[in-house]
Design a protein around this ligand. Structure first.
Ligand code: HEC
Length: 641
């Protein structure tokens, strides 16, 4: 599976209505009122009995939003938007014309039906804990230390003492300083950024929060249309030199929009939709370099394919380069060179389109020396599997040209139809072993450069950045559709830390192609040779608790002498670099009193973010209520007593 959200596939109740509308709507190429509808029951009856949200949806939305019109996000996406964002789209946004003739009550009803919460709740702003006085002030002398999800451009996720202010010996002194509760959330997936004396973080309901680093009070909030689960990126500058007049933050949302927002006020500067595909999404953090933003593009089409009537599939992964000042496109380069075409028909008569898939849901690694960006891809969604799935690709920075592509697992086509055992499952049937974790670029002690990559199959590779050719390979975990290596390794000098998820449930092993005993836990490899230095397998503290797993899905973070990892059972642990011994641990699967008064609860850790260490503080998210993991909604900030 791609690492993106999916709900259970929609029922086929509406399919007849949908196909009746389809032919008509295909003739209607623009979304203007002139191609609009006869008066429908919903509009006519509005005065008498207010229609339910579902009625409005079926009569006025489903025909476009269940595959009928190109670019219209699938219902599944609309359900992941906040109620007020849907309501805004109908009242003042891009769906105004489509909502023509709908009463105010009908608009609210359909927005609430899709958004799953009341309009009033979705509009409620966390005013109670607004910062005042010095806590409200941004400190322009405190630029972001090491920008980016990967902590540096090489994605090493190693935080040196001068930035982190934490060494292994300090860990046992850590105490919880404050906790923030993400409102209306079951998961916390956006890796926080510490800069300007603030913590910037996205959240499930689409709110980006700017919090005071010292106390957690709120300086401003910004509302995107849908979940923001990428890390927040920021223009850096050298401490002591003048700050830019308007420092900008960059992030993506689940609707494949990328935003630039003023870091001091939360005002929108620009937003750009980075892909035309209705199921496209942005889940990994973009890379910011030299005035450009390089955005990895993934999709949720893997889940749409769970419907056997869905013609699977047409999405192709890409990197989209934007002008960081304006959001204008510079280039978009696809992982799969040619657009998909029909390759067959399923046993229930649905068209098969391919090749498709090869999404990018990891943060690319930047190679400024060679002018290249490297990213790993996921599986194909449909047959035939091609040579661009589960591969490492090198994109030229200037124009996006793919300089080389090296596939690690061939013949991997998979979609949610395989989980549901229906006709849309491609004949390859998996094993669904994406590169979900970002690759790391490093210079080895002997002076050679290598790219280190971890795969959901549990394999780790070192390849040459020049051409992707082989240096070494080590199988570290059993692998599964949620890893193996899921979201991110870390590197300290010649020590490569490899977190392994290896979930125990069948759903995690996927189509049972990922065989062998699980190796969930933390492993350290010699980055030059691939030799295993130590393995600390995670003990089981779940004791049969449903959705609890001992392994590590989240990206891990190294500090001098140790590596810090959030486990899927809620434990946050630090392992000693030399031995793999657990130096410190704390339980996050528990209730927390939060500074903003939201009921706080920790759960599984995973889903893209990892620990952040800065200025003597350790920040982590806890909660991953999705894909058979434990829900939670907290940002936890620890500091030594
Ligand atoms: C005629 C086809 C059509 C109909 C009918 C239609 N939509 Fe849309 N809708 C689209 C398309 C196309 C887009 C994508 C537009 C874009 O991104 O440029 C879209 C986008 C949206 C969005 C996303 C807005 C955003 O912020 O990205 C929402 C929400 C939405 N529609 C809700 C609805 C609802 C609710 C209804 C029924 C009341 C509806 N739509 C009816 C075609 C339609």
């Amino acid at each position: 599976m791609n690492d993106s959200h999916h709900r259970s596939p929609r029922s086929s109740v509406t399919s007849n209505t949908v196909s009746a509308w389809r032919a008509k709507l295909f003739l209607c190429l623009s979304l203007t009122a002139s191609c609009f509808f006869p008066a429908l029951a919903v509009a006519a009856d509005a005065a008498a009995t207010p229609p339910t949200g579902e009625q409005v949806y079926l009569e006025r939305c489903a025909q476009c939003h269940e595959g009928g019109v190109p670019k219209a996000p699938h219902k599944m996406f609309l359900q992941m938007m906040a109620t007020d964002a849907i309501h805004d789209a109908l009242s003042t946004g891009i769906m105004q014309q489509q909502a023509t003739g709908l009463s105010a009550a009908a608009r609210v009803a359909v927005a609430e039906y899709l958004g799953g919460q009341s309009l009033a709740d979705s509009q409620a702003k966390p005013e109670a804990q607004r910062c005042s006085g010095p806590a409200a002030k941004f400190d322009l002398n405190s630029p972001p230390a090491k920008a980016g999800w990967g902590m540096d451009r090489q994605n090493r996720r190693f935080v040196p003492a001068e930035i982190g202010g934490l060494a292994a010996a300090d860990l046992p002194k850590l105490k919880l300083k404050w906790a923030f509760g993400y409102p209306k959330a079951q998961r916390a997936r956006s890796q926080p950024l510490v800069a300007l004396g603030a913590v910037y973080v996205g959240s499930q309901d689409g709110t980006v929060h700017a919090l005071d680093f010292a106390t957690g009070c709120t300086r401003w909030t910004f509302r995107a249309s849908a979940e923001v689960r990428t890390a927040i990126q920021m223009d850096g500058w050298v401490a002591g030199t003048p700050a830019p007049a308007r420092p900008l933050l960059y992030f993506g949302d689940l609707m494949a929009r990328v935003y630039a927002v003023d870091a001091l006020t939360g005002e929108l500067v620009w937003k750009t939709k980075v892909d035309d595909h209705p199921n496209a999404t942005v889940t990994a953090a973009p890379v910011l370099y030299d005035g450009r933003l390089y955005v990895p593009v993934s999709s949720l089409e893997v889940s749409s394919a769970g419907d056997p009537k869905y013609a699977c599939c047409t999405f192709r992964g890409s990197i989209h380069a934007l002008d960081a000042k304006t959001g204008a496109t510079i280039w978009q380069s696809y992982t799969i060179p040619a657009a998909p075409s029909q390759t067959g028909t399923t046993s229930v008569g649905t068209a098969i389109l391919g090749p498709s898939g090869a999404p990018i849901w990891n943060t690319p690694v930047l190679d400024t020396k060679r002018g290249v960006l490297y990213a790993g891809t996921g599986e194909n969604y449909s047959s035939p599997a091609d040579d661009r799935s589960d591969a490492l690709l090198a994109f030229r920075l200037t124009d996006g040209k793919v300089l080389w592509a090296r596939q690690k697992t061939s013949g991997d086509a998979w979609n949610v139809g395989c989980m549901l055992q229906n006709a849309n499952c491609p004949k390859e049937e998996g094993p669904d072993v994406d590169f979900g974790a970002a690759s790391i670029l490093t210079t080895l002690p002997d002076g050679t450069d290598v790219l280190l990559a971890g795969q959901k199959s549990g394999d780790v590779y070192a390849v040459r950045p020049e051409d992707g050719s082989f240096v070494w390979h080590r199988k570290v975990g059993r692998g599964g559709i949620q890893g193996g290596v899921h979201f991110g390794m870390a590197l300290d000098g010649n020590t490569l830390y490899v977190p392994i998820s290896d979930m125990t449930g069948e759903e995690a092993e996927g189509t049972n192609k990922n065989k062998g005993p699980p190796r969930a836990g933390m492993h350290a490899l010699n980055a030059t040779t691939g030799e295993v230095l130590w393995s600390t397998l995670a003990d089981d503290r779940c004791h049969g608790l449903q959705y609890c797993e001992p392994g590590i899905s989240a990206a891990v973070t190294a500090i001098p002498g140790a590596v810090i990892a959030g486990h899927m059972d809620g434990r946050l642990r630090a392992y000693e670099q030399a031995t793999g011994k657990v130096l410190w641990e704390t339980e996050t699967r528990q209730p927390f009193a939060t500074v903003n008064g939201v009921a706080g609860m920790g759960g599984s850790m995973g889903g893209g973010s990892g620990p952040v260490v800065q200025q003597g503080h350790l920040l982590v998210n806890s909660g991953y209520g999705l894909y058979f993991h434990l829900p939670g909604n907290v940002l936890l900030v620890y500091a030594p007593e």
